[in-house]
Design a protein around this ligand. Structure first.
Ligand code: A2H
Length: 252
C-alpha cells in the first residue's frame, strides 16, 4: 500500500434475490456486492462485475438492513469509518469465496444493463479496495482483456462454471476521446497487441494511455452530463451517487 491514502467510491451493486443456498441466512436483507472504483463517472458502461475465484470474502453487516459482500480487510476499514453494525467491529454473517459469487445477478447504479453478473477475474488483488471490481470494458483495459479471455476461451468459462448468458455481448460506449474513439480500452489493447489479462506490463501501459487522455480530453457521451468533460462530470456524478445512497466514500 502507498503512503498516500487512496479515496475510492464504493458502488453498491444489489444482489437480486432469491439468493443461492449458501447465502440463505441473508434472506430478507439488502445485500450488495461492494465494488471499489476510482472512476464513478464510468458507471453507465458497466457490463458485469469481477470477483477473484480463490478470494476470501464475507457478508458483513453494515447496519440493520444492509449487508456488504467484500474482503474482511475492507470490512475492517469500513468499521473504522463507522460503517459497521457493531461499532469498530465487522460482523460477518457468512464466509464466502469468489466461486460462491460467480454468476450472482446484481443491479448496479447508472448501468444501462439492468442486470449484470459476477464473473471471474484472475488479477484482482485482495489487499486493495474491496476485492470486488466493477467492469467497464469501454474504458478499462483490465476489464476489456478479462472479458476478452472469457469470450475467446470456452475452457476458461467451463473451468469457472460461467454460463454463456452471463457474459455480456456488447461493450457500452460512454466516453469519447479524440483519436481513441468511444471504445478507448479496446483500441489501445488492440494497438498494443495485448493477448490476455495476464500481460501485466502491456496492460499498465494501456491503462496509462487511456487514463491520461480520458481524464484530460474525454467527453461524456451519455447520461445527465453528456457533452461535458470527464473531469467536470466525475465529481458531480460521484456526489449524486453518494447523496442518493447508491455509493459511499471509502479510503484506505
Ligand atoms: B477502476 P488503483 Cl473505467 N484489484 O474502476 C485489481 N483492480 C482493482 C481492485 C483490486 N482489488 N480494486 C479496484 N480495482 C480497479 C473502473 C475503472 C477503473 C475504469 C478505468 C480504469 C480503472 C471500472 N473497472 O482503474 O490501483 C478498479 O477499476 C485503473 C487503475 O487503486 C479501480 O478503478 O489505482 C482501480 O482498479 C483502482 O486501482
Amino acid at each position: 500500500e502507498g503512503v498516500q491514502p487512496q479515496e475510492y467510491t464504493i458502488i453498491k451493486m444489489e444482489v437480486v434475490p432469491p439468493f443461492p443456498a449458501k447465502m440463505g441466512v441473508l434472506e430478507g436483507k439488502k445485500v450488495f456486492l461492494a465494488a471499489a472504483t476510482l472512476r464513478p463517472e464510468t458507471m453507465y458502461g458497466q457490463t458485469n462485475c469481477w470477483v477473484l475465484p480463490d478470494g476470501k470474502y464475507g457478508a458483513f453487516e453494515i447496519n440493520d438492513t444492509e449487508v456488504f459482500i467484500l474482503t474482511e480487510r475492507a470490512a475492517l476499514n469500513l468499521a473504522y469509518q463507522k460503517l459497521s453494525c457493531v461499532p469498530d467491529k465487522p460482523t460477518c454473517l457468512v464466509e464466502l469465496t469468489g466461486y460462491d459469487l460467480i454468476g450472482l445477478p446484481v443491479r448496479s447504479p447508472l448501468s444501462f444493463n439492468e442486470i449484470i453478473y459476477a464473473l471471474p477475474m484472475l488479477t484482482i488483488l485482495t489487499d486493495k479496495g474491496t476485492g470486488i471490481v466493477t467492469s467497464v470494458p469501454s474504458d478499462a483495459p483490465d476489464d476489456y482483456m478479462a472479458l476478452h479471455d472469457l469470450k475467446a476461451k470456452p475452457a476458461f468459462r467451463a473451468k469457472f462454471g460461467v454460463k454463456d448468458e452471463w457474459v455480456p455481448f456488447e461493450i457500452v460506449p460512454i466516453i469519447d476521446i479524440p483519436e481513441f474513439g468511444d471504445r478507448a480500452a479496446e483500441k489501445v489493447c488492440l494497438d498494443l497487441k495485448i493477448k490476455s489479462q495476464n500481460e501485466k506490463d502491456k496492460l499498465a501501459e494501456a491503462k496509462r494511455l487511456v487514463y491520461l487522455r480520458g481524464f484530460t480530453e474525454g467527453i461524456m457521451t451519455v447520461g445527465e452530463y453528456a457533452g461535458r468533460k470527464v473531469q467536470e462530470a466525475k465529481p458531480l456524478i460521484r456526489t449524486k451517487l453518494i447523496e442518493t445512497g447508491q455509493a459511499i466514500i471509502y479510503s484506505e
